[in-house]
Ligand binder design. Sequence first.
Ligand SMILES: [Ca+2]
Length: 177
Amino acid sequence: MSLTSGFYRFVFVSDGSDPEWTNWSNLGGYNQPDNFLLAEDFVEILLSGEWNDVPASLKRPFVCEHKPGVYFVIQAIYCCTIGSENDTVVSAMGYLANNLQPILDDWTVLTETLAISFESEALTHFEAAKRCSKKGGRLYEPWDQDEYNLVTGNLLVNHQDWTEFWIGLSDFDEEGR
Ligand SMILES: [Ca+2]
């Protein structure tokens, strides 16, 4: 199975790597990605969970992701290297207990390594990416199919006001527009 889809090579925005799997739609009877009018370089997910390439200028709500495990460990180490000669592990656990909740409130923790946040404000792809970054995360990049099923399951149950959401997949750099 080719990882590229026809002429188009969509990669994760964060590091330009190829997805290990794809989930393209045949929206409107056309196999996606179709780069309609040669202007579709960014990817939305549909409520079906399938992917479609669309122009970056469209406004969509979006899904941010965050790696809570790594984030919390870094926070804990940071906390306990400042002015503490006590048992680092105990201090770190105390820090986590005191500081976990506000972070959890802002993110839905799906697994030990993935927290997501559904943002209902419709923004362009670039604006959405910036917003995720401001929250300490990035646009959601579906690396893992099982995790992806959790994410889209959550979308279906809780976020049906919109039918399309930005994720962090693009062929903008590949295709150069
Ligand atoms: Ca398309």
